[in-house]
Ligand binder design. Structure first.
Ligand code: KIV
Ligand code: NA
Length: 256
């Protein structure tokens, strides 16, 4: 049965951990879906796969192009698409247009946007009122890299309380779930206990309702991984060996 936003909330109540990963094309999304991943995020970390240094340059058109490929592959998982930098921060109507394009053109079920300050909470509330499922994202928010860096967030009690309050405000605005990125485990636990909606952690300890990682990090395709990623297989090595073997065989006229 296809995963819904309501299902994720039920799984939190039942204590069933939610498995999420990023996906960026048909081939990878098909594998993730068939392997039983519950939520596939077309994250703007796609920017790094496309060779950008940060998530900032990726456009809404590029996100939509990839989200359509992911959607064509997925039968069961919930597909969530990041709204890229400056396609939703300007105004409610800009956010509505961007989120509307994603849902109408890709068939994805939800969008994710970063931040929990009052203007963003207002934007989220308006999207949700319009019938658009929204996922929140607080803690380290990579679209603010030039303000925050990529450091762990919420370390001091004041900073922790600010993130907790952002998460509460986003829940009140109607998000169906929220990503907690690179914050202390005790803070993620506190937020997870406080909220009715599921928390999906990345570098936020083991007490979140689910976990998400960037797929290219866990399969060893990224040039570098964040400290909290776990590398489950080294595809760079496997691919290099395969390609080198092929090159040798072609040069030696062993293949075909
Ligand atoms: O873009 C992304 O991959 C993300 C996850 C790390 C949560 O936002
Ligand atoms: Na992202």
């Amino acid at each position: 049965m296809a995963v819904t936003t309501q299902q994720l909330i039920q799984w939190k109540q039942q204590g069933r951990a939610i498995v999420a990963l990023t996906g960026w094309d048909y081939a990878i999304a098909q594998l993730l879906d068939a392997a039983g991943v519950d939520l596939i995020l077309v994250g703007d970390s796609l920017a790094v796969i496309l060779g950008y240094e940060t998530t900032l340059p990726i456009t809404l058109d590029e996100m939509i192009h990839h989200a359509k490929a992911v959607r064509r592959a997925v039968k069961r998982a919930l597909v969530v698409v990041d709204l890229p930098f400056l396609t939703y921060q300007e105004s409610v109507s800009q956010a509505m247009q961007s989120a509307g394009r994603v849902l109408k053109e890709t068939g994805a079920q939800a969008v994710k946007l970063e931040g929990g300050h009052p203007a963003m909470v207002e934007t989220v509330a308006r999207l949700v009122q319009a019938g658009i499922p929204v996922m929140g994202h607080v803690g380290l928010t990579p679209q603010s890299v030039h303000q925050l860096g990529l450091r762990q967030q919420g370390k001091s009690p004041e900073a922790g309380e600010r993130i907790l309050n952002e998460a509460i405000a986003l829940e009140q605005a109607g998000v169906f779930s929220i990503v907690l990125e690179h914050i202390p485990a005790h803070l993620a636990l506190q937020i997870t206990q406080k909220l009715r909606i599921p928390t999906i952690g990345i570098g936020a300890g083991s007490d979140c309702d689910g976990q998400v990682l960037v797929t290219s990090d866990i399969i060893g395709l990224s040039e570098k991984q964040p400290p909290f990623a776990k590398v489950y297989t080294n595809l760079r090595e496997h691919i290099t060996q395969a390609v080198q073997k092929y090159a040798v065989e072609v040069r030696d006229r062993q293949f075909p």
